[in-house]
Design a protein around this ligand. Structure first.
Ligand code: ADP
Length: 537
């Protein structure tokens, strides 16, 4: 064997030493190759892991991903996009993207696609997909790129569009709901006959609705940008400024009555309700609603005047009628005395009935007087604890309570208000008195008076164990001179409950009864609204 450099060496020795050297070299080389192989295998495994991780990220990202050709063919897509449509990746691959848009979106999309494909940066398309899961509103953002795609079926090479597909169905629904509600609000504001307005913290009108001229006589353009103070008549200025300061501190105001100067210099009365406009926790202005209440106010004034006149009339008439009645009564007594024992039983009965009638008529007139006196402005008003008024009423009724051995129970905390003490005493007195009076013979009255609080009212009840009231007759009880029992059985003239109703309604409350009828007792309820000048004691 010759060496490549053709020098001559003893062949055998040379061969064996070369073989040895070669053997060592090959082994080292093999070992090195194996290390290299191992490294390659490791690298490959890392690559495969990275590829799988990337594929998972790509497929299950919250966004859909798509690759579209210039003609809008889907070249590649991730699982999220396929899920949006409820289809599989293989169903969608190589299909035209427009096939999955709702019909009315296709034309728009096709018109925009060429320019979007060319330069998609800073643009986006909002459209509606239609798949097996129904409609999905999506926003498409994209990037163009040069790429090659190989697949067993086809090969694409050239510029493609990479699209991210965001599901904005929920946002779309919220936007639509907001648009709907804005539209409704706009319609209300623009069609209502009331004036709706906004005023900023510097007292300047920033908005006035189209009804403004018909309510306050000024055109919208005349007042937006100017201060509301200019519109307030001098007599209402102080009230208006105080209310404005209050709203700027965060308090809403209901039905404030203000005199407004119209553009023709006349004044009108408007009822205004306003609420603070709050942004990021601070009051930035107010919004309100104003209604022309001149006519209503005039009607109310007329009604109140006519009521006062009627009450004065009832008072005067009943007051003046008592005098001739007293005369009739006195002369009847003189007549009876004069005639002494010389008259027949019939004549005696007649005189007795006439006297009795005159006495009853006097009682009725006295009750009518009491009724017409309720709510007179001259009544003293003060801080009244309702528990004290109840105690006072019970003191007045002490003889009847003693006589009937009645059991009186009082429950609950009683509030205090600024109102007429006498009226509240009379209210409790009438109700408890009826409870004592309207009892079956021989039954010991048991009367429970309770006070409790609800959201807006104090609710009082007076419950008895008496004869009860037929519920179908309940509506008659509170009318003047209305009675359900004969006078022979239970004395009275039917004005007590009418007085109770007048007192309660004067304070903005309501009165009603609950009874299970004959012999089952009655509960009277009445409310006093918490807004009736409450007092903390
Ligand atoms: P009066 O008691 O003077 O007749 P009211 O106005 O107080 O007048 O009562 C009207 C009518 O309501 C009474 O005649 C009676 O028929 C009925 N009534 C009132 N309170 C009760 C009660 N607690 N239980 C049963 N009936 C009652």
């Amino acid at each position: 064997m010759r060496n490549s450099d053709h020098s001559s060496f003893p062949d055998v020795a040379l061969e064996s030493s070369t073989a040895q050297t070669q053997g060592v070299g090959i082994a080292a080389y093999q070992a090195e190759l194996e290390v290299q192989n191992e490294n390659l295998r490791l690298a490959q495994r890392h690559m495969e892991q990275a590829r799988d991780a990337f594929a998972r990220l790509y497929n299950f990202s919250p966004n859909g991903y798509l690759t579209l050709s210039s003609s809008g063919i889907i070249l590649q897509l991730n699982q999220t996009f396929a899920d949006m449509l409820g289809l599989s990746i293989s169903d969608l691959t190589y299909q035209p993207f427009v096939n999955y848009l709702s019909e009315n979106e296709r034309r728009i999309f096709l018109a925009r696609y060429p320019s979007f494909f060319k330069s998609p940066r800073d643009k986006n398309i909002e459209t509606t997909l239609r798949g097996c899961n129904g409609r999905v509103h999506v926003r498409l953002t994209g990037r163009s790129e040069f790429a090659a795609f190989f697949s067993p079926k086809r090969q694409e090479e050239g510029t493609v569009l990479l699209l991210a597909v965001n599901d904005i169905t929920e946002q779309h629904r919220l936007d639509e709901a907001r648009r709907d509600s804005e539209e409704k609000f706009r319609l209300i504001v623009e069609t209502t006959t009331d004036m709706i307005f906004q005023i900023d913290h510097a007292s300047i009108f920033t908005y006035a609705s189209p009804a403004t001229p018909s309510v306050i006589g000024w055109e919208v353009e005349q007042i937006v940008g100017t201060s509301f103070i200019k519109l307030i008549a001098p007599e209402s200025l102080e009230v208006a400024m105080k209310a404005f300061a209050q709203v700027m501190e965060g308090t809403s105001i209901q039905l404030l009555e203000l005199q407004i100067l119209r553009s023709n210099h006349s004044t009108i009365t408007v009822g205004v309700s306003v609420a603070p406009q709050i942004r990021n926790g601070s009051v930035i202005g107010l919004q309100g609603i104003a209604r022309d209440i001149s006519v209503r106010k005039k009607l109310l004034d007329d009604l109140s005047r006519s009521n006062t006149e009627l009450e004065q009339f009832a008072y005067a008439v009943s007051h003046d009628m008592r005098q001739p009645l007293r005369m009739i009564n006195s002369y009847l007594q003189i007549l009876a005395k004069e005639l002494g024992g010389d008259i027949s039983q019939t004549a005696r009965d007649c005189i007795h009935y006439a006297t009795d009638g005159a006495v009853r008529m006097d009682q009725m007139i006295v009750s009518l007087l009491a009724y017409s006196r309720i709510g007179r402005k001259s009544d003293p008003i003060g801080v009244v604890s309702l528990r004290e008024t109840l105690d006072e009423a019970l003191t007045f009724l002490a003889p009847a309570i003693l006589e009937t051995q009645a059991i009186i129970e009082i429950n609950g905390e009683f509030p205090a208000f600024t109102l007429s003490r006498d009226e509240m005493v009379r209210l409790f007195q009438n109700l408890v008195d009826n409870g004592l009076k309207y009892q079956p013979v021989g039954r010991i009255p048991h009367i429970t008076i309770t006070a409790r609080e609800s959201d807006k009212n104090w609710i009082f009840s007076v419950e008895d164990n008496g004869i009860g009231i037929d519920p179908s007759q309940a509506h008659r009880l509170f009318q003047v001179f209305s009675r359900l029992q004969s006078r022979a059985k239970y004395d009275g003239n039917g004005v007590g409950l009418a007085i109770c109703r007048k007192i309660v309604e004067k304070h903005g409350g309501k009165i009603w009864i609950k009874s299970f009828g004959d012999g089952h007792g009655t509960t009277f309820y009445f409310t006093i609204p918490k807004t009736t000048n409450p007092v903390t004691i």
